[in-house]
Design a protein around this ligand. Structure first.
Ligand SMILES: [Zn+2]
Length: 696
């Protein structure tokens, strides 16, 4: 019997090695820290690797089920946790590249593999024999001697099954499988529509006088856009690096309106990339999934494993902040309107005027603007400053390693080492916008962290941005917002790099979603601290330190329109909740429904036939469904947490140590409130945030 089994396995291995010969996914990476050999992976390597990797995981799962011993934490929960390593190895480059360096071939693979992957993970999550073993261990949990991390793994594993239908009847399981597969395709389609529709738009300006008000560097960038497209003049598009500054600086109101309308009507005017039907289908499919699992709405289902715990707590937070900030936001609007009136605007401010007049008023009040600060924020200086902050707080060091393969020549890779020189992580940085990279900024891992026995397998982390490019004549000079974004994503990466957990599904940023923004948002607080800026913010031409005056103005201007921005975030939070608290299928008009959901937060006049939902990728293509509120939730946390640094000193080693040990190293190994209270000594309140924003 034994012999036959071995023969079969041997046959399988040799078959596999023929089919997969030369496929880099099936070789040990010979790169530094076994980083991904991007240069060796061909698009055609993915599909066979996926197929084989899924086979491998199925075999690993079968081994757990076939184990004749009674289910234990080790032979079931840990064994399952350790399964699928090969699948992670194959999917991590694909899913990272789909965001940062995509092309039609990769997208075709993603479309093909997405339903297969859903099916595969469902077949594990809905495997009755496997669930029976997991449940057997779970039912014994009070008798087992488990560490807090092991308890968390057991709870998460068990709920991973029950939240995914393990308790369903056979018929319902089949329906559930169908629904999740459908949802996977719909969200993918939605995201691609946003990308394609955004890239589709361009507006060539050949009359320079129409572009008055725009800073010189920005004009150069628009001219380069045109040159790249083989055109003469200045080319506008809807990417953030063009859209945001254009709305801020362009004197020409008609053009501002035109760009605004193009931006806010993306994916909703008919045509191949219209997302309105997708929105309905996504919301309704999510509702069906929630219902079949016994929840009234998708939000009820999602909030089970959040720090917020339920809808009531989410709405409590949104409502509390709305009440505190709305009067202040109305005052801000009146102030900008008065400013515009005094400067010849004979109209009620419209959304396409807001950024323009706000910027001018801000400039007048604080005589500070992005362009004045840019010379002090050369990307390379900022990078050193931000990395240096981690050195100062946590003693970690960054050394560029040119031997680590990268997926684009613009990407850099660093060896990250601890105080004692011990290897901690690899960090990739990818700073500038390109075709094929989606908008925004994010952190992700190429490889998570885990421990097995004495082996601590360290993580490989990436941070991806869309920062201002260098031009032919100038290095990349960042806006203050871009510096803040850098700090933010870098904070996520610290969470990923400093993690010290045993199980990868609990390590790094694998925490409850409304807790995940604490490590990122807290870093933003350093951005306006003189002691921090003094270390790196020098004029790229003269080497002169950023003047004290300018720092004071940054600080003073930080709260400019803070209430307006808070309401904007609240409006997205309410919109998200509106789509995910529906308890009956949505059949109405997407745009009308959105308007109603956001009404209480609106300060600017609503513009008919524009909408956010058709391009709200966070909730319809990303992981923020019923989770957008978490940005504000985390802001409450980060203001409250930073108040400890502010009190003890922003480089205070003891405070940093405590933050590292209690939060950054712990991942999701314990409930976030437990971790937080261990650092803070008490539960958070909204007071520190109100004070920081000048509301209280
Ligand atoms: Zn974030």
């Amino acid at each position: 019997m034994k012999k036959i089994k071995i023969t079969i396995i041997m046959a399988a291995i040799s078959l596999a090695s023929t089919a997969l010969a030369g496929n880099p996914f099936f070789e040990m990476y010979k790169t530094p820290h076994q980083t991904i050999p991007f240069n060796l992976i061909k698009t055609s390597d993915y599909m066979p690797a996926f197929e084989e990797a899924m086979k491998q995981q199925n075999k690993e799962v079968d081994d757990i089920i076939d184990n004749p011993q009674k289910p234990t934490f080790d032979n079931t929960i840990v064994a399952l946790e350790r399964s699928g390593e090969m699948l992670n190895k194959v999917s991590s480059p694909l899913y990272n590249l789909l965001s940062s360096e995509t092309n039609d071939d990769l997208q075709a693979i993603a479309e093909k593999i997405s339903p297969i992957m859903s099916e595969h993970s469902n077949s594990i999550r809905l495997n009755e024999k496997l669930f029976a073993r997991v449940k057997a261990v779970y039912d014994e949990k009070d008798k087992l001697k488990l560490t807090p991390e092991q308890k968390m793994l057991l709870k998460e594993t068990y709920e991973g099954f029950t939240k995914n239908g393990a308790n369903l009847s056979e018929a319902d399981k089949a329906v559930y499988r169908e629904l999740t597969k459908e949802l996977g395709l719909l969200t993918l389609q939605y995201g691609q529509n946003v990308l394609k529709e955004t890239n589709k738009y361009s507006l060539l300006i050949t009359d320079k006088s129409l572009l008055s008000g725009l800073p010189e560097d920005f004009m150069n960038m628009l001219a380069e856009n045109a040159t790249k497209a083989d055109k003469k003049g200045w080319l506008l598009n809807l990417k953030a690096t063009t859209y945001v500054p254009f709305m801020k600086y362009a004197d020409n109101r008609d053009l501002r309106r035109e760009l605004y309308m193009a931006y806010t009507t993306r994916c909703m005017l008919g045509g191949e990339f219209d997302n309105r039907e997708n929105i309905k289908k996504i919301a309704n499919t999510r509702l069906k999934i929630a219902n079949i699992l016994g929840y009234k709405s998708y939000a009820d289902y999602e909030l089970v494993d959040r720090m917020a715990e339920n809808k009531k707590n989410v709405y409590d937070l949104l409502d509390k902040l709305l009440a505190a900030y709305k009067p202040a936001a109305e005052k801000e609007f009146a102030e900008v309107q008065a400013y515009a009136d005094a400067h010849g605007a004979y109209f009620k401010l419209q959304p396409w005027d807001w950024s323009y007049y706000s910027e001018k008023l801000k400039d007048e009040k604080y005589s500070i603007n992005d362009e004045m600060l840019r010379p002090y924020f050369e990307l390379e200086h900022v990078r050193k400053g931000v990395f240096g902050l981690a050195t100062r707080l946590y003693g970690i060091h960054f050394t560029k390693n040119p031997n680590i393969p990268v997926y684009n020549p613009e990407v850099d890779a660093y060896d990250v080492t601890d105080e004692n020189g011990k290897y901690l992580a690899v960090l990739y940085t990818d700073f500038h916008p390109r075709d094929g990279k989606r908008a925004g900024a994010w952190m992700n891992d190429f490889k998570p962290q885990w421990k097995e026995g004495k082996t601590d397998s360290r993580p490989q982390i990436t941070i991806v941005m869309n920062f201002t490019r260098p031009t032919d004549t100038k290095p990349a000079l960042l806006t203050f917002d871009e510096v803040t974004t850098f700090l933010h994503e870098f904070g996520h990466s610290l969470h990923g790099m400093l993690t010290k957990c045993t199980y990868e599904s609990l390590s790094g940023t694998n925490v409850y979603r409304d807790f995940v923004e604490l490590p990122s948002q807290i870093m933003e607080n350093w951005g306006s601290e003189k002691e921090f800026l003094d270390g790196f913010a020098v004029n790229y031409l003269t080497g002169e330190k950023i003047p004290q005056e300018l720092i004071k103005k940054i600080k003073a201007s930080e709260n400019f329109n803070a209430a307006y921005f808070c309401l904007r975030q609240l409006s997205f939070g309410y919109l998200d909740m509106a789509w995910h608290t529906i308890e009956t299928p949505f059949e109405g008009d997407v745009i009308d429904y959105e308007k109603a959901a956001m009404l209480s937060t609106q300060i600017l006049p609503p513009v008919p036939n524009t909408a956010m939902s058709p391009t709200f990728s966070h909730i319809f293509a990303g992981g923020y469904a019923a989770g957008y509120y978490s940005y504000k939730w985390a802001e409450v946390l980060d203001a409250d947490a930073f108040s400890v640094f502010a009190k003890n000193g922003i480089f205070d080693k003891k405070t940093a140590d405590s933050f590292r040990k209690n939060i950054l190293e712990k991942g999701g190994t314990e409930h976030p409130m437990v971790l937080y209270k261990r650092f803070r000594g008490q539960e958070p309140t909204i007071d520190a945030l109100l004070i920081r924003n000048g509301i209280k």
